[in-house]
Design a protein around this ligand. Structure first.
Ligand code: BYC
Length: 310
């Protein structure tokens, strides 16, 4: 293709984006658009899959049958989210094997938040409330993202995330209405998950390398800082209802802005976790890689069965 032909295609592509049209897998797209989507969607898929591990830790120890059923359903939903997202990536010409290889070799990132431990049952409440709460804020705008398969996947994901958030908040509510010890457990979980939940929404806009281009392509519809502010403004009143305190002495309502001011985030901690030095990075990767290796016989058996029944 000549340079002039590429320029024409680029102009047509930009016009479609400006017009809020969805870009579908077989449509022409700039190589950078394709690659950045594979990057973001695969990191998102990996996060869903790794995200099952901290919660899976509590399935066998859930305090009642009802809690166990709800947690099992949530973790299964997350496997499903991972699969929709891997499938959406595959429409852009990368194979599932390549995507797994990138995760298992440590080349691909997954969300920082899943490198923290789940020490008590209250952590399951805090994850649903805060982590899924932040995920919804991040993902609702993605239902309107420019790449068709990503937008489609996000519609269903968001519906399920909203059940997850309520599941978590209800655990917190029950603990906060319980004994002094139970309420203290809920407060302790909030203390440990609050700051990582704020970090999960990504570096500040001035540190974010991809936001400007991703906003232009309408891959991202809101910046990391806008999403973080929205999350804080939405979550503070929920903590008030629970009667527990957000661990930030600088948090205060700013009437002029119509939103909360908040304290300094420890970005060193965030980058340490992203680079693989968080509390559970090694444990998560080890669990993931061993699940993949120990599941080889299941994949082989499924392939042999499919082959036999061709
Ligand atoms: N953790 O330029 P930036 C879930 C990386 S799953 C690790 O702002 P971007 C859930 C970033 O990748 C939660 N790395 O990037 C599942 C980039 O590095 P590379 C995941 C992070 O893409 C189970 C560099 O930092 N959600 O919800 O414009 C249970 C610079 O960042 C993180 C999604 O993936 C992080 N937190 O913005 C419950 C949603 N943040 O790639 C819940 C879709 C940044 O250049 N993703 N980095 O090596 C997004 O919306 C965006 O990718 C992000 C980052 C806002 C996360």
């Amino acid at each position: 293709m000549t340079e002039t032909q590429i320029k024409i295609l680029e102009a047509q592509f930009e016009a479609r984006i400006a017009n809020d049209e969805k870009i579908e897998p077989k449509d022409w797209m700039p190589e950078k658009y394709r690659k950045t989507h594979i990057r973001q969607m695969s990191q998102h898929a990996h996060s869903e899959i790794i995200g099952m591990l901290p919660e899976g830790n509590w399935i066998s120890r859930a305090p009642s049958l009802r809690r166990k059923v709800a947690l099992l359903a949530k973790v299964q939903d997350e496997a499903g989210h991972g699969l929709y997202l891997y499938s959406a990536c595959e429409t852009l010409g990368i194979t599932r094997e390549e995507l797994y290889e990138q995760l298992h070799s440590g080349k691909a990132k997954y969300s920082s938040i899943f490198n923290y431990p789940t020490i008590t049952w209250a952590d399951i409440g805090a994850i649903g409330w805060l982590v899924d709460g932040a995920a919804i804020i991040n993902q609702v705008p993605l239902c309107n993202t420019s790449f068709g398969p990503y937008a489609c996947a996000m519609v269903r994901v968001c519906k399920e995330e909203s059940f997850h958030q309520r599941q978590g908040y209800e655990i917190m509510l029950t603990l906060c209405k319980g004994t002094v010890e139970q309420k203290a457990m809920a407060q302790d979980a909030l203390n440990r998950w609050w700051w990582p939940a704020l970090m999960m929404l990504g570096p500040t806009d001035d540190q974010s390398v991809h936001t400007a281009q991703s906003m232009k392509w309408k891959l991202k519809r809101k910046t990391n800082d806008e999403l973080r502010q929205q999350f804080i403004d939405q979550t503070v009143p929920q903590a008030d209802i629970l009667g527990i305190k957000i661990p930030d002495s600088d948090l205060k309502w700013n009437a002029d802005k119509g939103s909360y001011d908040f304290g300094e985030i420890d970005w060193d901690e965030f980058w340490q976790v992203v680079k693989g030095h968080g509390p559970c990075n090694k444990q998560r990767m080890k669990a993931r890689v061993s699940a993949w290796e120990n599941g080889a016989w299941v994949r082989d058996a499924a392939m042999a069965y499919a082959e036999k029944n061709k």
